[in-house]
Design a protein around this ligand. Structure first.
Ligand code: NIG
Ligand code: FE
Length: 416
């Protein structure tokens, strides 16, 4: 569903362009006071100085919204989530607080595999309801597009089920958030393949990925490329096959140890490499020279008590950096946009302007959609956030608190 909408008296705050902003360009925003934004049939048709509310009677078919000087930004794009799952892992979180590591819990049969057990015995309706609750909260924090991964089935039936739930959420007429599906069958090795990782990769390539493609259930293919999970060679084999089938590529790269994931992303022409806490200097250089978007997930580093990804080094090297939440039931049970902003600026030393670009235009680029979303410009979707303040610094300064007054999706206003 879409609408016609005219917003006037806005303080417009937006990156500009139809591709990712990299390096220094990330800090450049267009800020325009007394601005009008016109949305026609869900698409932005005018952005600029205020123009008459009553222009030639033209706007009688438009909803009117007086922003009263408050900031209007592009809708936030959360380009990395694991939104669809059943069960919870609060007990595992307690074990981590007592000193166990994420990987040792995973290797002792907990972690991702425990969510797999809960998801395999769940149902379409349960998975959908739970994801819908999360999406509503994300929308209230200004999110208008999310990516959502499978990866809690690890068998053909449940992987397809997760992706069908994602499709169903995206097809909902009343949806407040667009959902982009990613196949992450290579998230962990399921119990039935324990010790036979290569066989599991073969199974994904032979039996699951062709079914996902045939039913158009996922646009991207992702892999947890990590020591003790999927090796560089296994990841390369899986992603090369995925690329041949028409998937676009993503990687969980260099999250726990420095492993060569960023280099592999550049080699394969992945759309994004995500996490990158331990990306090597060479990996950063290779990403800066390529079109790979470096997607950083500060909430996960925070929750795992790990060092933050070297965001400053990446931006200074000329990378295009995106920020996302990584919402999932294990390493990071949070989809908090306010906390993502705060951590990115306080601990990763992004400027607020860079963080805004990272959560809008570069998030869009990490989903191959910078031509359609991520900035406020004619031709893009009418996906916007209205803050309750005329000062966009509140996005970080108002720490962990929500300063979103309304989220606008395709010209439809959803007030908080
Ligand atoms: O991005 N690292 C792998 N995947 C997720 C965690 C998923 C889970 O623990 O359930 C991540 O951190
Ligand atoms: Fe993840």
């Amino acid at each position: 569903m879409t609408e016609n909408l005219i917003i006037f008296n806005a303080r417009l705050v937006t990156p500009t362009g139809f591709t990712a902003r990299r390096g220094k360009e990330m800090g450049k925003l267009l800020v325009l006071d007394d601005a009008t934004i016109e949305v026609t049939d869900g698409l932005i048709t005018y952005v600029g100085p205020n123009r008459g509310e009553k222009r030639d009677g033209y706007y009688q078919h438009y909803w009117h919204y007086n922003a009263r000087g408050r900031c209007v930004l592009p809708g936030f794009v959360d380009s990395h989530t694991h939104l669809v799952f059943d069960g919870e892992r609060a007990e595992e979180f307690g074990r981590r607080l007592r000193g166990e590591s994420y990987m040792s819990i995973m290797q002792s049969g907990g972690g991702i595999v425990s969510t797999v057990k809960a998801t395999r015995t769940s149902s379409h309706i349960r998975l959908r309801n739970r994801a819908e609750d999360l999406l509503k909260q994300m929308s209230q924090m200004g999110v208008t597009t999310v990516e959502a991964k499978s990866g809690y089935g690890l068998d053909k039936e449940t992987e397809l089920l997760q992706l069908k739930v994602i499709r169903c959420l995206d097809n909902d007429e009343r949806k407040r958030v667009d959902i982009i599906p990613t196949f992450l069958g290579a998230h962990a090795v399921p119990e039935e393949y324990r010790g036979r990782t290569d066989d599991y990769v073969d199974f994904l390539i032979r039996e699951v990925m062709p079914a996902v493609r045939a039913q158009h259930l996922a646009e991207f293919c992702d892999v947890f490329c990590e020591e003790g999970v999927f090796s560089i060679e296994q990841s390369r084999r899986l992603l090369t096959a995925a690329r041949d089938m028409g998937f676009r590529l993503k990687l969980h790269a260099d999250e726990i140890v420095s492993f060569g994931g960023a280099e592999l992303a550049a080699e394969l022409g992945a759309v994004s490499a995500d996490h990158l806490l331990h990306a090597s200097d060479e990996g950063i250089r290779r990403m800066a020279e390529s079109d790979v978007v470096a997607t950083l997930l500060p909430l996960t580093a925070f929750a795992l008590h790990e060092p933050y990804a070297p965001a400053r080094q990446m931006i200074d090297a000329g990378c295009a950096v995106a920020l996302a939440t990584d919402l999932n039931p294990g390493s990071c049970f949070s989809g908090s946009i306010p906390l993502t902003f705060a951590l990115a600026c306080i601990y990763m030393h992004l400027s607020i302007e860079e963080a805004i670009t990272a959560l809008t235009l570069n998030g869009a680029a990490a989903l191959g959609r910078a031509d359609r979303i991520g900035s406020i410009e004619p031709g893009k979707q009418g996906d916007l956030v209205v803050l309750n303040t005329n000062n966009y610094h509140f996005l970080t300064y108002y720490i962990g608190m929500n300063c979103v007054q309304a989220t606008i999706k395709g010209g439809i206003i959803h007030p908080n």
